[in-house]
Ligand binder design. Structure first.
Ligand code: MG
Length: 162
């Protein structure tokens, strides 16, 4: 019998506004603008949660943590990821690997990628060679390129045998 794998994809985008702190990958990044949202707006963590939920065939982050529910007001993306991890732990699968793309025209995110990765690997209890984060701009195109928003994609694979 070969190993059984599951894969999931996640996407998120949040609007950049004044008067909010900028959180990405559980890192507070010094920047004059932050991401608008009912939660802390951490688009990277939200995309990753959705990718994990997708691999588990458990719907999406909005169903698990509704933005109409006051208990999730201002909630940290890292806390949402912790909750999703409990679902992975129960599934009989474990994380094989994670790949993330974060798209921000500004600020430059490369200096923060190491800490983001440490946060993610720490929360999920995985080795550092199982997670990758790529940061890129949108080449000045569209809302992301115009610094109105930051977007993230995440892909995960799970392997049977949690
Ligand atoms: Mg979100």
């Amino acid at each position: 019998m070969g190993k059984e794998y599951k894969a999931g994809i996640g996407y998120d985008i949040h609007r950049l506004v004044e008067g909010r702190k900028l959180f990405l990958g559980g890192v507070e990044i010094p920047f004059p603008l932050g991401l608008l949202g009912h939660s802390d707006g951490d688009a990277l963590m939200h995309a990753l949660c959705d990718a994990l939920l997708g691999a588990l065939a458990l719907g999406d982050i909005g169903e698990h943590f509704p933005d109409t529910d006051p208990q999730y007001k201002g909630i940290a993306g890292s806390l949402l990821l912790k909750r999703v991890k409990t679902l992975v732990d129960r599934s009989g699968y474990k994380i094989n690997n994670i790949d993330i793309v974060i798209i921000a025209q500004e600020p430059a995110l490369t200096p923060f990628k190491k800490q983001m990765k440490e946060n993610i690997c720490g929360i999920l209890g995985i080795e550092h060679d199982r997670a990758n984060i790529k940061a890129k701009t949108n080449e000045g195109l569209g809302a992301v390129g115009n610094k109105e928003a930051i977007a993230a994609y995440a892909l995960v694979s799970l392997v049977k045998g949690g």
